[in-house]
Design a protein around this ligand. Sequence first.
Ligand code: PMP
Length: 361
Amino acid sequence: DSAQSAVTLRAALRSLPPYKPGKSAAASDVVQYKLSSNENPYPPLPSVLDAVNQVSPEMNLYPDMTCQAVTQAVAQRWGVEPSSVSFGSGSVEVASQIIRAVCEEGDEVVFAWRSFEAYPILAGLAGATAVKVPLDENERHDLPAMAAAITERTKVVLVCTPNNPTGTSVGTDELHEFMAQVPSNVLVVVDEAYVHFNVDPDAARGIDFFREYPNVVVLHTFSKAYGLAGLRIGYAIAPAHVSAALRAVAIPFGVTNLAQQAALASLAAESEIEERITALVEQRDHVHRGLAEQGWDVPESQANFVWLRTGAKTQEAEEIFSRHGVIVRAFGDEGIRVSIGSPAGNQAFLVAAQEVLDLVR
Ligand code: PMP
């Protein structure tokens, strides 16, 4: 109505791509497997539920804004100073903090494409320009092209490894070569949301790069390997002055007490978490082998999902999966990302994938 139409919104919003979350299970006769959001199929560990239950009577109180206990635990886990650790309501919020802390209007944020779809949204929201550098023919980061894309306006480079949605990981040597070409005033963010599933011995480890270069930030989350996606907690390991800036731009009290306690309990349950990760990696490799046997050409995934190149048939392919009760994530006319779920879900996916292959070929 007229009262609303007088309100003007920022021009940047007009060109913002929408964030489309993975679909949820709809009411259906077929058993539904939600493999559309890279979620962990395991329920919370009993010790994590206990920790949450213990603090839930304090819901009337604000959480510890400094996240002191979990900051200490993360600092200890990685052998870094607590001053280098900062939190957000999921690592997507931390990524947003980084761009808002570093970019002036018109500055550039360079990242591979396709990659995590929040990147162009976060850049656009900050008034920065998203510079998308196409993945190479093997769906891997094209680091030489990314280095070449850096200009005087570039303030942030986002390196997603393993990459969402293709699962490909960046190697240690190639990331060192890349860093040698990056000006020291450009912040390189290594987004390791899926790092726990990465078993490639040659893969770059963000923490090693943080230790070696003063312009590297590592992003981690409790949403994937730790299975706390619904609680929203992630963190950055960054040079102390950058961490201080992230705390300054963070929404006050953005990380709930429940999330902080669940993260703490998860860090204390490392061996149980490890067992689950191992099982998921085995399932991923099982799915990968199954797809290869069917004749699919799937890039090697080091994450908890696989990428199917379905091209122009993506829409139809998504419908076939849906008929089989397998809810997947379709990306335009490029491909489909399928999360590794329970063995039953993965089996249902493989059965459907055979039918999809007949369509795509
Ligand atoms: N980075 C990447 C690469 C992701 O895929 C995701 C989740 N889809 C995130 C960050 C954000 O995860 P969260 O906010 O749940 O920590």
